[in-house]
Ligand binder design. Structure first.
Ligand code: PGA
Length: 253
């Protein structure tokens, strides 16, 4: 099997994964204070955000010129709903760092015209100069953002239907699976591929099969993250459990 071109770093724990990712963000903002960050939600990036908050409180990083774009948001959902990604990002990161609130972009889960909302999001990313560093998690089914299996590799920000497996996986945050919104607004595969650097994070044995297929299987719409094999500057940071089914040899730290 061909060795993937992307960089793969295997670390000892979930916390180390977050530290490693936060260091890459810190380096970028040091070199380019007005960098554009693409941000993800979910349990995976929480240790990264905790580390960024620590760095910020200790004045080791400065977000005052940074611009952010989140990958996705449920639809419909109110920003005031504690399950919205707007709320998650403020709770885990934005409220604790010196980012300018006007530089924060999260798709509106209550947009009257979701199609227009997605188009204007794409336009805003373009106006900001494109995304310098995109942080991604991965679904158990290989999805990135809410690009579920079958998403066209050229897709842009749009309204999407959630997979049943995603609804089940995310129901852990809601009172029941019925309460999980069935749709979302999500950056597309093409949007993500235009980021200048992509960092995919994965932790835990549940992600191991999706990681194996993404890194060592064919590039296919059936495993959306597999398209990252074609990205010119992509880094996977995995803990040992998420990396446990890989056959090739990668950097271990
Ligand atoms: P998780 O979700 O970080 O909560 O595992 C990742 C995803 O679904 O993309």
């Amino acid at each position: 099997m061909n060795k993937p071109v992307m960089k793969v770093i295997i670390v000892g724990s979930y916390l180390e994964m977050g530290e490693r990712a936060a260091k890459l963000v810190q380096q970028l903002l040091h070199d380019k204070p007005n960098a554009v960050l693409g941000l993800a939600t979910g349990s995976t990036p929480e240790s990264t955000y905790a580390e960024l908050v620590r760095m910020s409180q200790e004045k080791q990083i400065d977000f005052s010129h940074t611009v952010t774009f989140n990958l996705d948001e449920y639809y419909p959902i109110a920003r005031s709903n504690s399950q919205s990604y707007w709320d998650f990002m403020h709770d885990k990161l934005f409220r604790h760092i010196n980012v300018n609130p006007q530089h924060i972009h999260v798709l509106h889960g209550e947009a009257q015209d979701p199609v227009a909302e997605c188009a204007s999001y794409e336009e805003a990313i373009g106006k900001a100069g494109g995304i310098d560093l995109q942080i991604l998690g991965i679904g158990n089914n290989g999805h990135i953002a809410f690009n579920e299996p079958g998403s066209p590799l050229t897709s842009r920000t749009r309204v999407v239907q959630l997979d049943e497996s995603t609804i089940q996986a995310n129901s852990r945050y809601f009172s029941s699976a019925e309460d999980v919104p069935k749709q979302a607004l999500s950056m597309g595969m093409g949007t993500i591929m235009e980021a200048r650097h992509v960092i995919l994070l994965a932790s835990g044995a549940k992600k191991a099969d999706a990681i194996r297929q993404s890194l060592e299987g064919p590039v296919t719409e059936a495993i959306p993250a597999s398209i990252l094999q074609q990205h010119p500057n992509c880094t996977f940071i995995l803990d040992r459990e998420a990396a446990s089914l890989l056959k090739n040899t990668y950097e271990q730290v």
